[in-house]
Design a protein around this ligand. Structure first.
Ligand code: NAD
Length: 490
């Protein structure tokens, strides 16, 4: 379907603005490396300047009030479904392109990532023609109508760890509700997002509706402070999220959605299915080598089973180390960290962890060229241990024993984060009780670190602001307009 070929990294040197690849107005470029060996993939990625951002905003405004505004909701739905079909065909190659710089293993693309993204997009396509408002009767002399109207030009600023999924979980709802959107991928993983541009027009979406600009924090900051961008949806770290909220407030009070970091707890009670708890908690910290916002990096285990649990957990982490390696190989399940900076930061945290907790396994690197961190487990951390409180974003977890339900709820909630939590027990009343007390946007029962597009996703406390996924996210891209009709004007 369609004539589209996934480009090579060296062919990707331009922004995607108003339906075509265009040169940057400035000369600043950035380099992208391959984390499996530190080699340079491309040195010619363009940094968008204020002028480039203005050009994209103008095209997005023209599309918003022009052709795109004349599309019926059913047409928007058809476009998004067609886009999903085009992705069925091309997404594997696009994700492979991204894997070069993200280090995410290609083995997971056909089994997990592709379906997750395509199904997610189809889910939002389904919402496009089901937009409804409200009618309130004229009991007081006024009929009240409420319409949910699109905001206009939106911006998506994405992280490095899941560039394409993050992009489509913003583009999907933005387009389903009639907005236009400018996407900025992470400077660490820009290729897939840059390559996708032409697929939008092939899906029948008018030019200017989705555009891609590249650059690092400076370009993100230009989007966050732009006076004619009406909404910014950000996924990334807490410190950057705060900067974005400040920039949004200081410019035009643009609407802000923040999907930020986490230090998610998994709570394992003595009556839990041990195998199930071990499988979920280890997968939770090993997925993308721990570079997942919802990673369960704190595992609280009831004292009576802690010894057995640690033994099983360590065994599985050692087995995971065997499957860590070159992400381009089909038998690799876990790749390197994204870059040298992350690699050195995580190593530093591990070294400090060795002083503030007991090392149960790991604690080193894999001794390869690239940025590979050995799956690492600490136990019995000191109360103020860094490893217990700070997001690592690597394959590093900490196991903490507990005695009572009351105690573990207090400990699990003793954090500024609140993205995800898990409770493992066979007691359904305890599961419900604990899930209501855990202070997180999503709580898994007998599972953890899992996301589902049909239900709201997002963080409490400093893990974020607003929700993505589900019908909830549609309201993040619209604003209600109330129309009051005076029925007694005649
Ligand atoms: P990051 O905050 O370093 O960068 C994210 C994006 O923000 C990049 O595109 C970057 O260029 C841009 N940016 C940097 N400075 C900026 C500024 N001043 N203004 C505007 N944009 C700016 O995050 P990262 O290292 O790419 O991603 C890792 C973090 O993301 C972790 O904390 C992780 O938990 C979080 N994350 C959260 C979710 C979620 O859904 N809650 C999902 C994935 C990742």
């Amino acid at each position: 379907m369609g004539s589209f070929k996934v480009p090579t990294p060296s062919e990707l040197t331009k922004f995607y603005i108003n339906g075509e690849y265009v040169n940057a107005s400035g000369s600043e470029v950035f380099t992208v490396i391959n984390p499996k060996d530190g080699s340079v993939i491309s040195e010619k990625l363009p940094v968008a300047t204020a002028k480039d951002v203005d050009t994209a905003v103008e095209a997005a405004e023209a599309a918003f009030s022009g052709e795109w505004s004349e599309f019926t909701n059913a047409q928007r739905s058809q476009c998004l479904n067609k886009l999903a079909s085009l992705l069925e065909e091309h997404l594997e190659d696009i994700l492979k392109l991204d894997s070069l710089s993200s280090g995410n293993p290609v083995s997971l693309i056909p089994t997990r990532e592709k379906a997750y993204i395509v199904n997610g997009l189809r889910y939002f396509a389904g919402w496009a023609d089901k937009q409804a408002g409200q009618y309130m009767p004229d009991d007081d002399g006024f009929v009240k109508l409420v319409r949910h109207e699109p905001l206009g030009v939106c911006a998506a600023v994405c992280p490095f760890n899941a560039p394409i999924a993050t992009m489509f979980f913003k583009v999907g709802p933005a387009l389903a509700t009639g907005n236009t959107i400018i996407v900025k991928p992470s400077e660490k993983t820009p290729f897939g997002t840059m390559a996708i541009g032409p697929l939008f027009e092939l899906a029948g979406i008018p030019k200017g509706v989705v555009q891609v600009l590249t650059g690092a924090g400076s370009t993100g900051a230009l989007l966050a402070s732009h006076m004619r961008i009406r909404k910014i949806s950000f996924t990334g770290s807490v410190p950057t999220g705060k900067k974005i909220q400040v920039a949004a407030a200081q410019s035009n009070l643009k609407r802000v959605t923040l999907e930020l970091g986490g230090k998610s707890p998994a709570v394992v009670f003595e009556d839990a299915n041990l195998d199930n708890a071990l499988t979920w908690t280890v997968n939770a910290i090993m997925a993308r080598s721990g570079q997942v916002c919802v990673a369960a990096s704190r595992v609280y285990v009831q004292k009576s089973i802690v010894e057995k649990f640690v033994e099983g957990y360590v065994q599985k982490m050692k087995a995971a180390a065997e499957k860590m390696g070159d992400p381009s190989q089909e038998d690799t399940a876990y790749g390197p960290l994204v870059d040298k900076l992350a690699y050195e930061r995580v190593q530093k945290m591990i070294e400090r962890g060795k002083k503030e907790a007991t090392l149960a396994t790991g604690g080193g690197t894999l001794g390869k060229d690239g940025y590979f961190i050995e799956p690492t487990v600490f136990v019995n951390p000191q109360a103020n241990a860094q490893i217990l409180h700070d997001e690592v974003f690597g394959p590093v977890s900490v196991i903490i024993p507990f005695e009572t339900e009351q105690e573990v709820i207090k400990k699990a909630n003793d954090t500024e984060y609140g993205l995800m939590a898990g409770v493992f027990t066979r007691d359904v009343t305890r599961a419900l009780r604990v899930s209501s007390k855990l202070d997180a946007g999503v709580v898994g029962v007998n599972c953890v670190s899992v996301m589902n597009v049909v239900a709201p996703f997002g963080g409490k406390k400093q893990s974020g602001l607003g929700r993505e996924f589900s019908s909830e996210v549609l309201r993040a891209y619209t604003e209600p307009k109330t129309v009051l009709i005076n029925m007694k004007s005649e």
